[in-house]
Design a binder for this molecule. Structure first.
Ligand SMILES: CC(C)(COP(=O)(O)OP(=O)(O)OC[C@H]1O[C@@H](n2cnc3c(N)ncnc32)[C@H](O)[C@@H]1OP(=O)(O)O)[C@@H](O)C(=O)NCCC(=O)NCCS
Length: 202
């Protein structure tokens, strides 16, 4: 990522290209929990409400996210992944998505999500609204959304071990550790995956 106001140099582009092509081992921690209808309305106590994300209202996220992020959100919506904004009055506080594969396993952000599972992904809370419980409440709302779908028996979430805030919101929203995943990648493609714990084969 380039710092604001600083132009990229050809050398930076070259280094970034080489970096992207290097073999690497990615590690994720996995946690899971059952859907939970009783967590519906979790955003209410924070003065927030849910609004479903559609291609036609992605302009709301475009006010504070870069075009490449909007493209990513748009691609996921096109794939059938659903997204929600957490809003305070007319203002978007953040958003999150929920991937629910219907008949076949689906690769979502390097992870394989199986039918019967729902996967919360791409949570983002605007910096000025962080650390007041919005992401936790949004995740709990998505547990309630998942409970509306009789085909979903569990939610599965994963994050990099260094994302302490993400691990904390999962724990606060009732997710329990379910194992881990190591993916050895070469040129951006998984060469080898190793899953441990009760996370089921990925
Ligand atoms: C991760 C993120 C969604 C959390 O949003 P949030 O609304 O601030 O989350 P909450 O307020 O519900 O909870 C955050 C918890 O993490 C803790 N936390 C925040 N930063 C932390 C850090 N660097 N180390 C340890 N804990 C941290 C907070 O203290 C809080 O826990 P507490 O209530 O016990 O004090 C937000 O920081 C964000 O958008 N980050 C950038 C995108 C991202 O990393 N998304 C997640 C991966 S998909």
């Amino acid at each position: 990522m380039t710092a604001p106001g600083r132009a990229r140099t050809p050398l930076a582009d070259l280094l970034s290209l080489v970096w992207r092509r290097l073999p690497r081992l990615r590690r994720f921690v996995i946690s899971s929990c059952p859907p939970d209808a009783s967590s519906r309305g979790a955003l209410d106590s924070l003065g927030c409400h849910l609004v479903e994300m559609y291609p036609r209202n992605l302009y709301l996220a475009a006010r504070f996210r870069k075009p490449q992020v909007i493209k990513l959100l748009s691609d996921y919506l096109e794939r059938g992944v659903r997204g929600w904004y957490a809003m305070k009055g007319p203002e978007v506080v953040g958003y999150g998505m929920l991937a629910v594969p219907q008949s076949a396993p689906q690769t979502v952000r390097r992870f394989i999500v199986h039918p019967g599972e729902a996967a919360p992904i791409l949570f983002y809370i605007r910096p000025s609204f962080r650390s007041s419980g919005v992401a936790t409440a949004l995740l709990r709302e998505l547990k309630a959304v998942a409970s509306d779908d009789p085909s979903v028996s569990r939610l599965v979430a994963w994050t990099v071990p260094s994302n302490a805030a993400s691990r904390r919101i999962q724990a606060k929203a009732g997710f329990a550790p379910a194992g881990g995943l190591w993916i050895f990648e070469f040129r951006g493609r998984p060469v080898f995956r190793y899953v441990f714990g009760s996370a089921v084969k990925r």
